[in-house]
Design a protein around this ligand. Structure first.
Ligand code: ATP
Ligand code: FE
Length: 331
């Protein structure tokens, strides 16, 4: 069974063909980073317009790379929530048109559930029940998953998402956009512990997150140091900031897994590309006898292969969407 996935929830235009839920035949992502870079963040209206320009060529390129033709596609899967409404609508409208023209079933996919399936694309033998940390540009959530399609949110962020905090701090420190990779790069040339930033654990056995306090503390510290005329080292600050985010993510994820008595932990979303997070979570999972899975770096950020893979499992659970399918900005 071949599924064509389409993803336009934020600033990446993606199309992918996946066979049997696991075999990537083609995976094309057209990034808009260059367009949004000069604004220091994604401009929603610009993103929608770029998706309109890109979606046709991206799907065409995906078909060409796979060597298949449209009649070989069995199902069309599209992200319809959550995300930027104008951006989502481009993918949803395109997918509806294609499903109608080809007379193929259409499936609506939740973008965050899609992020989780980057793991199922890559790894065989992931055992349920499990706990997944979804950590991305717009979300930071701990999810308990009994089986495919059966999920419960254990906790999420009360304010900024982890990726959002990376992006805002990188912008504040003039490190560039997108912020996650920029902070990671700076941090590699610095050391954590030179500066001291707070870790927000909130309550004990609390699976919610908060990153806005850390963000403010980082900005305040930097401003204070600047005013006092002390020697400044942006790499040390980046390293301490990254360590503070990673420590809280790691400890809460391990605590959540233990509270539910699961043996499997998944990491998903754009921030899952962070090497320190991958390394520290690996170490903690090893110490506590948890099996950790994370996607290859290229499948952590937005792509359509994860959407097509998710659809392969959703196919047994959901009825096909009608051509009246809509897009929704929220969960
Ligand atoms: P959502 O998935 O919540 O709708 P999104 O799709 O915009 O949001 P993703 O593409 O999943 O977000 O992830 C992008 C985020 O990941 C950005 O905030 C980016 O800074 C962050 N990110 C990417 N690479 C890294 C990295 N190496 N270290 C830390 N953060 C990273
Ligand atoms: Fe995403």
């Amino acid at each position: 069974l071949v599924i064509l996935g389409i993803e336009t929830s934020c600033d990446d235009t993606g199309a992918a063909l996946v066979r049997g839920g696991r075999e990537i035949l083609a995976n094309v992502v057209q990034s808009q980073v260059a367009v949004h870079q000069r604004f220091g963040g994604v401009v929603p209206e610009v993103a929608s317009r770029k998706h309109i320009e890109n979606i046709g060529p991206v799907v065409e390129e995906c078909m060409k790379k796979s060597g298949l033709n449209y009649q070989d596609v069995d199902v069309i899967a599209v992200t319809n929530r959550p995300g930027l409404i104008g951006a989502l609508l481009v993918g949803v409208s395109f997918a509806k048109g294609l499903a109608y023209a080809l007379d193929k079933p259409l499936l609506a996919i939740n973008h965050l559930e899609g992020h989780i399936y980057a793991n199922f694309l890559e790894h065989e033998g992931i055992e349920f029940p499990l706990v997944c940390l979804i950590v991305s540009g717009g979300h930071t959530s701990l999810v308990y998953m009994r089986t495919h399609g059966d999920m419960e949110v254990m906790g999420q962020t009360r304010d900024d998402a982890a990726g959002e905090a990376f992006d805002k701090i990188a912008r504040f420190l003039n490190l560039g956009y997108p912020g996650g990779p920029a902070i990671e790069k700076a941090a590699q040339q610095g050391s954590e512990g030179v500066y001291h930033l707070p870790r927000a654990y909130l309550g004990k056995d609390e699976f919610e997150f908060s990153f806005s306090g850390l963000k403010t503390a980082t900005m305040n510290l930097w401003t204070k140091l600047k005013k006092s005329g002390q020697e400044l080292n942006v790499n040390h600050l980046a390293a301490e900031f990254q360590a503070a985010v990673v420590e809280v993510l790691v400890e809460k994820t391990v605590a959540a897994a233990r509270s539910r008595g699961v043996r499997t932990v998944l990491l998903a979303g754009g921030v899952a590309a962070n090497r320190l997070l991958r390394e520290r979570l690996s170490n903690r999972c090893q110490e506590t006898s948890l099996n950790l899975f994370y996607p290859p770096i290229a499948l952590c950020t937005d792509n359509a292969a994860m959407i097509a893979s998710c659809a392969a499992y959703r196919l047994e659970l959901d009825k096909p969407a009608a051509l009246t399918l809509n897009a929704y900005p929220g969960l």
